[in-house]
Design a protein. Structure first.
Length: 150
């Protein structure tokens, strides 16, 4: 009985982690939507990683995965945003930052995971466009703040 309980608990935990992945997979082959997945193995193969002028190699060392969903179809962007926001609320993510800067809305969600890992979701919407960046790893809120420059 104890083994069954542990297996059930492990399966449930895996399902929760895959729920966010399902959003990215759902829109993977949709016109007007671009999705990107980068694994920990790929980060370890890239010694220097830059995002614009910022060297993010130290942050990349802490990442287990990075997912990006970008949508430039205004009719679809609002639907994806509503779906993502409902997911973060339902799954107990904490809204740690929200900024409205001249029509560009940025929201950062955070959820503590097991073994000192955190999951962050950055949602940026503006004029019918949407960008969702999901990061999982041993990353702190300070790391994210340094990355966003806010």
């Amino acid at each position: 009985m104890k083994k069954l309980f542990i297996l059930t608990l492990m399966a449930f935990t895996a399902m929760l982690c895959n729920a966010q992945d399902a959003l990215f997979r759902k829109y993977d082959n949709t016109k007007g939507v671009t999705t990107v997945y980068v694994s920990k193995a790929m980060f370890s193969m890239m010694p220097k990683i830059k995002a614009g002028d910022i060297n993010i190699s130290k942050l990349a060392e802490k990442m287990d995965k990075l997912q990006v969903l970008s949508c430039d179809r205004s009719s679809l962007a609002s639907s994806i945003l509503n779906e993502a926001t409902a997911y973060y609320d339902r799954e107990g993510f904490e809204q740690v930052m929200k900024v409205n800067d001249g029509g560009e809305n940025t929201t950062i969600y955070m959820k503590a995971r097991q073994q000192g890992r955190n999951e962050f979701a950055l949602l940026v919407s503006e004029s019918g466009e949407l960008e969702i960046i999901n990061i999982l790893g041993k990353i702190t809120l300070k790391d994210i703040r340094n990355l966003t420059g806010r």
